[in-house]
Design a protein. Sequence first.
Length: 236
Amino acid sequence: MVIAIAVYVDDVGQWLGVSVPDTVVVRLLPLILLGAFSGFFGPTGYYAPWRLVWRLIPSLNRWFPDLNGVWVGATNSNWPTVKKLVETALSTGKVTEQDLHDTPEQRDAMAVQITNSLFTLRIAAGLSSTEGESHSITAKPWRHQHTDRIHLSYVYQQHTPNHAATDEEKHLGAADLALTAEDGSLASGTYWTRRSWRTGRNTAGTLELSRLSDWREKGKGLRDYAAEHKELIEKK
């Protein structure tokens, strides 16, 4: 591609009557192209060049989705089942596998902010049930070879201040989400944690998210979004 452009630059220069030395083309053209490419795809703001084009041509999301913005949704956790197991282990009672199977999951609201470009992918989350917040330490989008759906897999670290004695201040977790709408506005999948795994309290569950807005309001935290969404869930 660079060679082809270099050839045309030379032809255009001759047509305009301007001499373009080959050494200048070879040395500067790659830097110019790299700078233009980075300037187009690198920014993540609402008015980033590539995001403007993506809004004009939504079908481009099928190739490389614009995930930027605030997402809200809910987690369905197996924590009640884990809690029942721990309580049974600490007592003289018994619990059957059917009892565990019939234990309802715990549903909590959450809010997620995704920041992405061709070179950047960061995920932050806030929960309604705790004061904990999490941040991705690695994330990767990928396309499923059978369903052709775009997935978002990431590993995160959660920090929980004022945690219970049986909990941890920090723990790692991971999630895998599939975009379930063609415009990339819905996502669902599973998550799991290594939270207090030595005592069998590590949890897992499902995630459901929908994009709420393309940017986060100034001065508004993710836990604020999660609290608002929790009120909506409870009203349903």
